[in-house]
Design a protein around this ligand. Structure first.
Ligand SMILES: [Cu+2]
Length: 143
């Protein structure tokens, strides 16, 4: 005879799975440090590309500043990503193979790209919980 799984046991297992996921996310503290009051997103600002460089920061309120970007295809652009808080963040545009990472306050990651693929792509921070909390943006490559 097969006994059905009790709902309480199922919930316990789900809870353990969630804990396991949170623990291996590269920063267990990050999962608990999501500010609950940070629901008002600042007005989106578009990055100014000057001298072939984009300056962008990540903060403890889990936002990119700025959060929208426009660059030209075929022209080299250096992304300079600075950590303005204490949490670690990534500047990730998976469709363009962009993945810069900063681990602590005042960390700076920079890399130069020449994009050939045009379109609008999703920018996210891949640290557990940050994307869900709104640490997202748009990265556009214009022809
Ligand atoms: Cu982040």
């Amino acid at each position: 005879m097969v006994r059905p799984v009790r709902p309480a046991l199922l919930l316990t297992l789900l809870g353990l799975a969630a804990l396991a996921l949170a623990a291996c996310g590269g920063g267990a503290a990050a999962a608990t440090a999501i500010p609950t009051g940070a629901t008002t997103a600042p007005a989106p600002t578009t990055a100014q590309v000057s001298g072939g460089a984009i300056n962008v920061s990540g903060s403890d309120v889990l936002r990119f500043e700025p959060s929208t970007f426009k660059v030209k295809a075929g022209q080299p652009v250096t992304i300079v990503f600075t950590d303005k808080g204490v949490l670690n963040h990534t500047f990730t545009v998976a469709d363009l193979a962009v993945n810069l990472e900063v681990a602590k306050q005042n960390d700076v990651a920079r890399q130069t790209f020449t994009f050939t693929k045009t379109g609008s792509f999703a920018l996210t921070c891949t640290v557990v919980g940050h994307k869900e909390a709104g640490m997202v943006g748009t990265f556009t490559v214009e022809p």
